[in-house]
Design a binder for this molecule. Structure first.
Ligand SMILES: [Zn+2]
Length: 250
């Protein structure tokens, strides 16, 4: 047990660095603003890492807090965000989830107000072809009672709109979850643009759903975003790229 604990502890600095990178990228992409938070489960524990209650883009590794599944801060200076119960409630209920984003992204809020919700009509939206439910309450989710109702609305899906408030996006890992939130925001923007021109219909093969492995996209989308937002030097990004063999597919 001790050995397992220390093995998990050794992964924490790396998880914190990836979380900080993720915060830079999703802020640069307009998903996060001065508000919103990104968390990551510490594997094998009932704890997770989250940025404190100030603009996520300003957080360094040393600022990242460790919180337990009761929503209580157990390490880091804090304070933790008032909506931390969102994250704790998701981790409690969804063992498949390793990372959670809650944000108040502009276009996601607008589409969450439509009766139709998200209509997966293009490639960007394919990730969410199994549906993005709409949680009808718009107040801040600062209690476990409310957070559990939100988790019930989320069900097995990868995102839930919080009506007139924001969105919660979940996924197996930090980078994939960040990419999902970016794709959702872009899909919402595209949908609104299309709706101003014509009636939007879902793709005929939208039901194919998503591919988590592909979403992690270790050699293309994420390195590009790290470069675009100057999170790391080009050399550092290149060094971290895990290339696929020729002919190898996800
Ligand atoms: Zn919120």
């Amino acid at each position: 047990m001790l050995r397992k604990d220390s093995a998990e502890a050794s992964k924490i600095p790396n998880l914190k660095r990836r979380l900080v990178d993720g915060l830079q990228v999703i802020t640069g992409e307009g998903v996060l603003s001065g508000s919103g938070h990104l968390s990551a489960r510490i594997p094998g524990t009932k704890t997770f890492l989250i940025n404190p209650r100030f603009a996520g883009v300003l957080a360094d590794s040393k600022d990242i807090c460790t919180v337990n599944f009761e929503g209580k801060r157990i390490a880091g200076k804090g304070p933790v965000p008032s909506e931390t119960p969102i994250h704790a409630a998701v981790y409690r209920s969804r063992p498949d989830v390793g990372s959670v984003i809650h944000c108040h992204a502009r276009y996601s809020i607008l589409v969450g107000l439509l009766d139709s919700g998200l209509i997966p009509f293009n490639r960007e939206a394919r990730l969410f072809a199994d549906g993005v439910p709409i949680f009808p309450e718009s107040r801040g989710i600062n209690s476990f009672t409310l957070a559990q109702r939100m988790v019930d609305a989320l069900g097995p899906h990868y995102a839930v709109f919080l009506r007139a408030h924001g969105v919660v996006v979940v996924g197996p890992g930090i980078e994939g979850t960040c990419l999902s939130a970016i794709q959702l925001e872009r899909a919402c923007q595209d949908q609104l643009l299309m709706m101003s021109i014509t009636t939007v219909k879902p793709m005929s093969d939208a039901g194919r759903g998503r591919n988590n492995a592909r979403l992690e996209n270790p050699y293309r989308a994420w390195p590009f975003l790290l470069y675009k937002h100057k999170v790391k030097s080009k050399a550092e990004i290149r060094a971290g790229i895990r290339t696929l063999e020729e002919g190898e597919h996800y």
